[in-house]
Design a protein around this ligand. Sequence first.
Ligand code: PEP
Ligand code: MN
Length: 337
Amino acid sequence: MIVVMKPDATPAQIEHMSAHIVSLGLSPQVIQGTHQTVIAALGEERPGLIEALEPGDGVEKVLPIMAPYKRASSELKRERTVVQARGLIVGGVKVAMIAGPCSVESEEQIVSLAKTLKGLGATGLRGGAFKPRTSPYSFQGHKELGLKMLATARAETGLAIVTEVMAPEHVPMMAEYADVLQIGARNMQNYQLLQAVGDSGKPALLKRGMSATIEEFLLAAEYILDRGNPNVMLCERGIRTFEDHTRFTLPLATVPYLNEKSHLPVVVDPSHGTGKARLVPAMARAAIAAGADALMLEVHDDPEHAVSDGSQTITPAVFKQVMDECRRIAHAVDRTL
Ligand code: PEP
Ligand code: MN
């Protein structure tokens, strides 16, 4: 439910309504607008709530939140959420670039690549230290050692570190190294992991599960938000379809749809979305034209010899070209890059 308070409602009336919401078994969230205050009453909606809330002093009206995801919904919060981790700002006028290898391979690799990417305009450095690989025989990542390599790259460049967390019990350790905790497609519905990332308060980059509907995606985000962590970015990374000319199908209509249904910033990953490096620049441009707040791109000095996802990974030279082209697209849609 959304309890819209009158423009002249007093702090005492707002406090009284919050206590009333608690007494109804719901949890109140006060949102101070420029003109009016609204109180979200979150929890299971049931008949009789409007009647119980509407007569309250200072209440203008009570509206149901129609979406099953409440905190993620634009019905609850109209202003766009901006997530910030160091110099990585996602959700403002400026489009952000998160770039780096699929896996962290060595300290020399990640530090030298980070310097190149920073010079070309990236503000986030991606790189997996814990890798969710389809086969148990594939490289599983350097784990904590990989996190230390990322921390060195950050110390040298100031880039914000975006790296995947795979297990709830790893969250406190990962939070010491990472600036953004990535939740991978395969873990989008790992509810204990979502809650642990919520509890950490760290910015989260939630990837869409490859077979998840948008409603399931937003409900997964709701798990993080519900633990009091508002710093959630939604990442479209492609879904499974009958189509096999690309690794996944990258549905860019997700971007304007999410922008309509939610206030959370949207990131697009054209690398996993296509699985083919030569398709990445065009899909990067298209994502920005569609309204993405950030891109996540796999970049490697020598993609042919990358330990994972080489075929969808672009070189720094192509990344430079993508930056130049995307900057022009960004201007065309009233944004910067
Ligand atoms: C990744 O970013 O390297 C990754 C494993 O992504 P996803 O979870 O989208 O497959
Ligand atoms: Mn990858």
